[in-house]
Design a protein around this ligand. Structure first.
Ligand code: TXA
Ligand code: MG
Length: 320
């Protein structure tokens, strides 16, 4: 299959091209504010099956459904007052809510891996426009091969899925560079299932109480996708390495004061949001050079650092 890349600009006819593929039960690589997504019509079993097939994603791992607005979300999921507070504060944007799925919601059952909960997000930009134009929610995991480093540019999507999917919309580098934060709001105490582009502190400020945390690394995961090894480059990754402890042949990925000349750094000034935008592209770039391994400097766990460390821990986890 030839993979076409179309620029996301008003003159390119990108929207019609994407809608044509989606209506026919196909999948499209689409930029979002977090990472690039691999989108298919969530109401079309064929479109959803095509997502799992293209990524090589295990079928027990459910997908996030992307809606155009709150009204579309309420068509498919049940909102408590707390859920409504969060969606009002952060949508459109990088927050995913795990909600009770409406019985008889017309979704392909593979979207939820046949479960009774539904992960919903209202994104900004082209993915939102497509859900609106299609008048249907779009299932979209990150547009990388299952278990590999996520994609923050159209080129990353092409590197992983070129020849496998028909179309990629190129909207330039993703603004946040990290996936959405996922909060399970089905119980009274909301649970942060995956730290992401909205900090834990910002979410807690809106709800006025602490989030429960479920760090599923190693344990039996609530979100089946949060398996130990994930976001992984091909070469091994070591964490919390100081410049003096870098081994011969390793590439160093610095942060703040911990840096080495002639090596990369996520942010020389120790800026966590800069580090987030660079994480996946730098891991992919270093991986291509095939060093003995990638050694990463310590990163604080506050703010966006929580999500950065979460991704790096999984990138460093033992491979199956
Ligand atoms: O920013 C993002 O969230 C990106 C963009 C494309 O929107 N999407 C994304 O999707 O990161 P994915 O599939 O790479 O990660 C979604 C995670 C998986 O770990 C999956 O297991 C979890 O969400 N998930 C999906 N549905 C769930 C549910 N009903 N309950 C709990 N976890 C769920
Ligand atoms: Mg992913």
């Amino acid at each position: 299959m030839r993979t076409e890349i179309i620029q996301h600009d008003p003159d390119s006819n990108w929207e019609n091209a994407a809608l044509r593929v989606l209506r026919a039960g196909g999948v499209v690589g689409v930029p979002t504010e977090t990472v690039y997504g691999l989108a298919g019509d969530a109401t079309n079993a064929e479109g959803v099956a095509a997502i799992y097939a293209a990524k090589g994603r295990p079928s027990h791992n459910p997908l996030i459904v992307h809606v155009a607005d709150q009204a579309m979300a309420e068509h498919y999921a049940l909102f408590s007052p707390l859920a409504g507070t969060l969606s009002k504060a952060f949508w459109p944007g990088p927050l995913t809510l795990v909600l009770p799925r409406r019985e008889n919601a017309p979704l392909a059952s593979a979207v939820t891996a046949a479960g009774d909960s539904l992960a919903v997000r209202c994104p900004t930009g082209p993915l939102n426009a497509l859900a609106r134009a299609l008048d249907s929610p779009l299932a979209a995991p990150s547009a990388n091969l299952s278990g590999h480093v996520s994609a923050t540019t159209a080129q990353h999507v092409l590197d992983d899925l070129g020849g496998v999917i028909p179309l990629i919309i190129d909207g330039g580098p993703a603004a946040h560079g990290l996936e959405s934060s996922i909060v399970d709001v089905r119980e009274d105490v909301p649970v942060l299932l995956r730290p992401g582009a909205i900090s834990r502190e910002a979410i807690e400020a809106v709800i006025g109480s602490p989030l429960a945390m479920k760090d599923s690394a190693g344990a039996a995961p609530v979100a089946p996708g949060l398996l130990a090894s994930h976001y992984a480059p091909r070469v091994p990754v070591r964490l919390d390495v100081l410049p003096d402890d870098v081994e011969k042949g390793e590439a160093y990925l610095g942060f703040g004061e911990h840096a080495l000349s002639r090596h990369q750094t996520l942010s020389a000034s120790g800026d966590l949001s800069e580090a987030a935008t660079k994480l996946y592209s730098t891991l992919r770039e270093l991986d291509q050079r095939q060093p003995k391994g990638i050694a990463v400097a310590p990163i604080p766990k506050t703010g966006l650092g929580l999500a950065l460390v979460n991704r790096l821990k999984r990138a460093a986890a033992p491979r199956r």
